[in-house]
Design a protein around this ligand. Structure first.
Ligand code: TRP
Ligand code: ZN
Ligand code: CA
Length: 447
């Protein structure tokens, strides 16, 4: 309880006059310079892992062997295709995916799409990555498109290894009969109801991502999906270009036509690398990005390891980043605290105590917990705000003329989901009425 039992405005005015403005300033200044919080506990691991190139290449070796054992290709309607589907499905089943084979008929032969769902995530926000698994009949199709198939397989396996618990629902797809005119993916998209199509946050396509004379091309469709890839490449200091070698030439076009946002990566097919492109990316100018495109020489020798490695990591980055959604990870109890005392001057300027948040991904949660411990002899005087890194203030406690109790020791829940989590947050406290004083003892943010 407060030492006072009644409020007399004239006593308050007198007290203020005696205290004087200068004292208020001198109290406030050191408080603002309070040291920041001790180092935060380890951040939750939400960054994508490195995708081991050796694992991706091991899948390519398997696909090559399956082609070799089955007449030299993995084409629609041939044994090498079915063997490829079985190989990928077995890996996914062992990793905890829910897999579905979707049969369809094309050119008088049965083909299959393989769909793999990672359990969990918001069923109304589906993020899908896909690649066609069939080759042409003339070769084993290792760059086209063992490369995309192996990279998304290894990304899916990394999701399992890491026990990823994304906000969005993750789905992976391997398409049949792409080489016959995007047939498998058309069957899949046609099988989705309007309601189901509306649940897709995006479809990411990977068709030819390890070309031997590679370019780094990003699909120029949905700007958000494009940005995730461009930013990843920019962060590595590698320039990219917009994919222009044939809009509508791979499975993403079926998704795009159904109104689903699409993105993807591509390292080039039969088009020729220019001098300018060779200067920035290396490789051979005047030569096709893939001289073995749709040929018998599209074997495991027809892969540029650096391109395959980069694109595999970029895919994982996109799945991790986009799958996290706008960033409202489940509550994990990570705490950021400032225990330094900050004096709250009597009827004075607002004072602030900072807490620096690092190592988070995306936005703050909708139920950010703000623990406040303010010692004060008449808490009704106090107005308390949480200030986000961008300066947005959230009122935690208003002034009250009637609340004469001591101290503000409380936990407030703030919907901070529109705020970037990382940055310097502040607890702002102002004493609006003269006579009683106190200090911020400590405060914390619990994610
Ligand atoms: N999908 C084509 C094929 O398999 C290859 C291709 C050509 C491509 N241009 C493209 C793939 C542009 C993606 C984007 O034959
Ligand atoms: Zn292809
Ligand atoms: Ca006061």
């Amino acid at each position: 309880m407060s030492s006072r039992t009644a409020r007399r405005p004239w006593i308050r005015r007198l007290a203020t006059a005696l205290a004087g403005g200068g004292l208020l300033v001198s109290l406030a200044a050191p408080a603002l310079a309070a040291p920041s919080a001790p180092p935060a506990p380890p951040a939750p691991t939400l960054a994508a892992p490195d995708i081991p190139l050796a694992n991706v290449k091991a899948h390519l070796s398997q696909l090559q062997s399956l082609a070799t054992a089955n007449g030299g290709n993995r084409a629609h309607g041939r044994a090498g295709y079915r063997a490829s589907i079985d190989y990928i499905k077995a890996k996914l089943d062992a990793a905890g995916y829910t897999t579905t084979l979707q049969p369809f008929t094309s050119n008088g032969a049965t083909g299959w799409n393989l769909i793999a769902d990672w359990p969990g995530g918001d069923p109304n926000q589906v993020l899908m990555a896909g690649a066609h698994l069939d080759s042409v009949t003339s070769g084993p199709g290792i760059n086209d498109n063992g490369s995309g198939s192996a990279a998304i397989l290894e990304t899916a396996l990394a999701v399992s290894r890491e026990g990823l618990n994304p906000e969005q629902h993750l789905r992976f797809g391997w398409w049949g009969a792409e080489e016959l005119g995007l047939v498998g993916s058309r069957n899949y998209v046609n099988s989705l109801s309007t309601t189901e199509r509306a649940k897709f946050s995006g479809y990411l396509n990977f068709d030819m991502i390890g070309s031997p004379n590679p370019g780094y091309f990003v699909y120029d469709d949905d700007t958000q999906l494009e940005k995730v890839f461009k930013d990843w490449y920019a962060s590595k200091g590698i320039s990219t270009e917009i994919e222009t070698e044939g809009d509508g030439r791979s499975d993403h076009s079926n998704f795009k036509n159904a109104g689903i946002p699409v993105g993807g990566l591509f390292t080039g097919a039969s088009r020729t690398k220019t001098t300018a492109q060779a200067q920035k990316w290396g490789g051979t100018a005047g030569q096709a990005f893939d001289r073995c495109y749709h040929s018998s020489c599209d074997t495991t020798s027809n892969i540029n390891d650096t391109a395959l490695d980069r694109n595999s990591d970029a895919i994982a980055h996109a799945v991790w980043t986009l799958g996290a959604g706008t960033g409202t990870p489940p509550p994990d109890g990570t705490t950021f605290e400032n225990t330094a005392d900050v004096a709250v001057p009597d009827r004075g300027a607002a004072v602030e105590s900072p807490v620096t948040v690092t190592g988070r991904t995306g936005n703050a949660p909708a139920n950010l917990q703000v623990g406040v411990d303010i010692k004060h002899t008449w808490r009704g005087d106090l107005v308390v705000d949480l200030v986000a890194p961008d300066g947005t203030a959230y009122r935690l406690k208003s002034y009250s003329s009637s609340d004469s109790a001591d101290n503000v020791i409380a936990t407030y829940t703030v919907d901070a989901s529109s705020e970037t989590a990382n940055g310097t947050w502040k607890l702002r406290v102002q004493d609006q009425v003269a006579n009683d004083t106190g200090y911020i003892d400590s405060w914390k943010l619990v994610f």
